[in-house]
Design a protein around this ligand. Structure first.
Ligand SMILES: NC(=O)c1ccc[n+]([C@@H]2O[C@H](COP(=O)([O-])OP(=O)(O)OC[C@H]3O[C@@H](n4cnc5c(N)ncnc54)[C@H](OP(=O)(O)O)[C@@H]3O)[C@@H](O)[C@H]2O)c1
Length: 311
């Protein structure tokens, strides 16, 4: 294996099932396409059915014989998360790869999810927390099963404001994004610790794409931010296809340890080929992770039942 790991290095995925959230666009689309190319049956978990169907057609056109399905999932609604999980479980005995990828950035003004959570914390963290908890019993016991949670270099500017998690008293769009992406990492690492303690064979890992030109920069941010990021996208960003590589590495690299965080290797982790990377000390704060976990269970009403596979 060279240090330039690409999608061509993905091991055979035939017989494996993958769910990718936000797979109609950006890095999620390319991650789904390359998993399908490697033989996985891929469920595109998307909130807009037409966009999902179009992504499915694009993957089928690029990968003849691709096994791709589209299923509705709005992470900003716990009802939608529950019905996605129910429908998936009714139709599937198992799930080998869950990629918690969908996200929204720098929403302005402050917006709320259907359940009254601040949009970024609610979508990026709480929605994926609930989804993972609800699907975990289908993942347990599967061969080389992995949960990949997508964070960002922006986790480094994140603080978990336990006194005002929803930004109701004081809201900053970038602060809220940083909090949501730090939450993604705290969740991924805490899940890893809990799985290990239970003797589970599932591995919880995390990834970030560096700086990739996608819709993220234009979906929710205010006009001035969008103009600045449009310039950044042209001169600094790598392609969404390259940005998907850390997710694919985290999902498939043989023998990858639980708790690994994968990102691009060059230019301050903004671009390049994937490799394990470091995280902020705040992301490794076990007290904060336990506290966030408890709050997340309370807010979502989803209690994790981590099954033990070993005696
Ligand atoms: N691009 C970067 O430079 C960068 C850097 C660091 C981290 N990331 C992370 O990478 C992940 C993917 O982002 P991207 O860059 O590929 O952006 P993107 O092209 O905007 O893709 C985001 C995806 O998330 C979906 N999504 C948003 N809200 C949702 C909801 N409530 N329910 C279900 N799906 C929802 C979007 O659906 P719609 O198409 O319907 O809006 C879209 O499919 C995010 O977690 C982001 O934080 C990206």
């Amino acid at each position: 294996m060279t240090d330039k790991w690409t999608a061509a290095d993905i091991p055979d995925q035939h017989g494996r099932v993958a769910v990718v959230t936000g797979a109609n666009s950006g890095i999620g689309f390319f991650a789904a396409r390359e998993l399908a190319r490697a033989g996985a049956r891929v469920v595109l978990a998307v909130r807009n059915a037409d966009n999902g169907a179009e992504a499915g057609r694009d993957i089928a056109a690029a990968v003849p014989g691709a096994k791709v399905e589209v299923a509705p999932l709005d992470l900003a609604s716990l009802d939608s998360v529950r019905s996605f999980a129910e429908q998936f479980k009714a139709a599937n005995d198992g799930l080998e790869v869950l990629i918690n990828n969908a996200g929204v950035m720098a929403a302005h003004p402050r917006q709320l999810t259907a359940d009254g959570f601040e949009l970024q914390f609610g979508t990026n963290h709480l929605g994926h927390f609930a989804l993972t908890g609800l699907l975990l019993d289908r993942i347990e016991g599967r061969d080389d099963a992995r949960v990949v949670t997508v964070s960002s270099g922006a986790h480094r500017m994140g603080r978990i404001n336990f006194d005002d998690l929803q930004g109701g008293r004081s809201y900053g769009r970038w602060r809220a994004y940083g909090q949501s992406k730090l939450s993604n990492l705290l969740f991924a690492f805490e899940l890893d610790r809990r799985l290990r303690e239970a003797g589970s064979s599932i591995r919880s890992v995390a990834a970030h794409p560096g700086y990739a030109a996608t819709n993220l920069q234009f979906a929710a941010a205010p006009r001035l931010d969008r103009m600045v990021m449009a310039v950044g996208n042209r001169i600094m960003a790598q392609s969404a296809e390259m940005g998907a590589l850390p997710l694919l590495y985290a999902a498939t690299y043989p023998g990858l340890e639980g708790g690994t965080y994968v990102g691009p290797s060059s230019f301050f982790e903004q671009r390049g080929y994937p490799r394990p990377v470091g995280s902020s000390s705040a992301a490794r704060d076990e007290d904060a992770a336990r506290r966030l976990w408890a709050v997340s269970e309370e807010l979502t009403g989803v209690q994790f039942r981590i099954p033990a596979t070993q005696p």
